[in-house]
Design a protein. Structure first.
Length: 296
């Protein structure tokens, strides 16, 4: 059981990870941290976390190791690389990947861990940078029930909605469902604002009406005000959203289902990235509408 006071490894201290790791320190866990760029872990080290040169070192003596890196390739390196977590972890250490990544890779990493007695859970999150800062993340888990039970209190430090969705990969499939829903919501938010402005309305006033009714969504409530303020900082990177939509489309093709709304959202975001928006927050989609360039 990963109880407060026990050692937790933490790999990936970016926009999401730095807040999530901070909550674990607040809750009394002892952290061993690793990040590709060391400086980004410095605020956690200043608060008592131990710096580790490799992911494998972060697993030393740990009851559990949490990872939240960028892409599937990063997950593969952190888990299956020569200095990686699967080779370095003692049997029984629970590895928890909170990156949004491929369900197929999650199953592969789970199998590699199982072969050496190391349980691996996929546990991606939703709730954005705000949810990470305020410890209000939704956490979608796939893996073995016993491993899940042993780390559920640890996960609850980072968010109240923690659900075991099924076996290995089920957390990532749930997250894909989440991203498909957000893809539509982001187009909805942009088009609602573009329409309100074209109709000569005050878009901020429009938001006070439509966020209070049945049109509301997390995207509308949190991102539409940033769109209107011209605040396109991440938040949630465009490049990461494109990664998610590509994974979801690949999975949907394997399942032989058509998702034309998702295909449209991906095309629009790829256009935004081609115009230099890859490192912006996903609310920068609005810039395409401002330029009247969203015609397909
Ligand atoms: P981010 O700021 O880029 O953080 C990722 C961190 O992982 C970076 O600090 C990066 O190091 C580190 N990293 C990447 N590969 C590594 C490796 N091989 N070894 C060690 N460290 C490595 O991204 P984020 O916004 O926190 O997102 C992280 C993940 O959560 C992504 O999969 C994203 O899709 C997902 N997510 C994000 C949000 C959101 O709103 N931001 C919400 C839900 C889910 P560097 O410092 O060198 O870049």
């Amino acid at each position: 059981m990963a109880a407060p006071g026990s050692i937790i490894g933490f790999v990936g201290t970016g926009v999401m990870g730095r807040s999530m790791a901070g909550h674990l320190l607040d809750a009394g866990y002892r952290l061993r941290v690793h990040n590709r760029t060391r400086e980004k872990a410095a605020p956690l080290v200043d608060r008592g976390a131990v710096w580790c040169e490799t992911p494998g070192q972060a697993a030393e003596g740990a009851a559990a190791v949490i990872t939240i890196v960028g892409y599937p390739a990063d997950v593969e390196q952190v888990y299956l690389g020569s200095d990686g977590l699967v080779a370095a972890s003692a049997p029984g250490t629970v590895l928890i990947d909170m990156t949004t990544s491929s369900p197929v890779l999650a199953q592969r990493v789970h199998a590699a861990g199982a072969a050496v007695g190391v349980p691996v859970l996929d546990a991606p999150v939703s709730g954005g940078d705000v949810g990470a800062r305020e410890a209000r993340l939704t956490i979608m888990v796939g893996g073995d029930p016993a491993a899940f039970a042993s780390v559920e209190p640890l996960l609850r430090v980072m968010g109240p909605n923690v659900v075991l969705q099924g076996g290995p990969g089920a957390g990532q499939h749930t997250k894909m469902s989440n991203q498909i829903s957000i893809a539509g919501a982001m187009i909805g938010a942009c088009e609602a604002l573009a329409y309100a402005e074209a109709a000569g309305l005050d878009p901020e006033k429009v938001l006070t009406s439509i966020t209070a009714g049945s049109a509301n969504s997390w995207s509308l409530a949190n991102y539409a005000p940033r769109m209107l303020a011209g605040d396109f900082a991440p938040g949630f990177y465009v490049k990461h959203f494109i990664k998610d939509m590509r994974i979801a489309l690949e999975c949907s093709r394997e399942m032989a289902i058509d998702l034309p709304g998702l295909e449209l959202a991906l095309r629009l975001y790829e256009r935004l990235a081609e115009r230099g928006g890859a490192d912006s927050g996903t609310q920068a989609l609005y810039l395409l509408y401002k330029e009247h360039a969203a015609r397909l």
